[in-house]
Design a protein around this ligand. Structure first.
Ligand code: SAM
Length: 219
């Protein structure tokens, strides 16, 4: 297998995407582990992680680096976060999850991966985690009707000047009766007051009726 680095600490063999396993020998969600020389990689599944889906769809802006601080809203059990943890090195991921059962598995993950800080809280109430520092990136995947309001509120409070946000928009959570394209248009319009839209993708075939937005906060 011959791998090329396509973003800092993200690799590809021309089709599949990989990160270097921070915890050698341990798979997080059943993903394949592969070795090349002395390095072990974890295959990143685009059907399980929208960030990987966006990479497979041609993402250009990849703001994560070894020292990034990331606020991640809608952490679930940490599938995507586990790959960010591989990439981030000494950076930190403040991982907010509202559902206690999901958060429990996230906490187990954080026991082995010290750059994940699990926070059991509602992303609509950023005052519940106001002790976190300002961050370079806000990543949000909460599948809620007020996704745009939640993102704006958190970015205004925690995102550094000029920082980047990534939003997974699930049209079904906003309005099941509307054409998804119309829902995406409306959310883009609402977000354009506070953000410049750098990139947008529909995530098919990896996720249906989802749009992935890369945003930069306006001053
Ligand atoms: C689609 S899943 C996230 C999957 C995850 N981003 C990944 O790629 O591994 C959405 C998650 O958002 C959580 N969630 C929904 N509303 C929330 C809120 N208001 N605050 C925090 N988490 C929330 C749900 O409990 C669920 O675990």
């Amino acid at each position: 297998m011959s791998l090329n680095e396509i973003f800092p600490d993200v690799y590809s063999n021309g089709k599949n995407i990989y990160t270097v396993n921070r915890i050698r020998g341990k798979s997080v969600y059943g993903e394949k582990l592969v070795r090349e020389g002395n390095v072990e990689y974890r295959e990143w599944d685009p059907f399980r992680s929208k960030l990987c889906g966006a990479i497979r769809k041609g993402l250009v802006n990849f703001p994560f680096s070894k020292s990034s601080k990331v606020l991640y809203l809608g952490a679930s059990t940490g599938t995507t976060i586990s790959h960010l943890s591989d990439i981030l090195g000494e950076g930190e991921i403040y991982a907010v999850e509202i559902a206690p059962q999901m958060a429990e598995r996230l906490m187990e993950l954080a026991e082995h991966r010290e750059n994940i800080v699990p926070i059991v809280a509602d992303a609509r109430k950023p005052e519940e985690y106001e002790e976190i520092p300002d961050v370079d990136i806000v990543y949000q995947d909460v599948a809620q009707p007020d996704q745009d309001r939640i993102l704006t509120m958190n970015c205004r409070k925690f995102l550094k000047k000029g920082g980047c946000a990534m939003l997974c928009v699930k049209s079904q959570s906003i309005d099941v009766s509307k054409d998804p394209k119309k829902v995406f248009e409306e959310i883009e319009k609402s977000l354009s007051k506070d953000f410049e839209i750098l990139e947008k993708f529909y995530l098919e075939p990896f996720d249906k009726e989802h749009e992935f937005l890369v945003l930069r906060i306006k001053d």
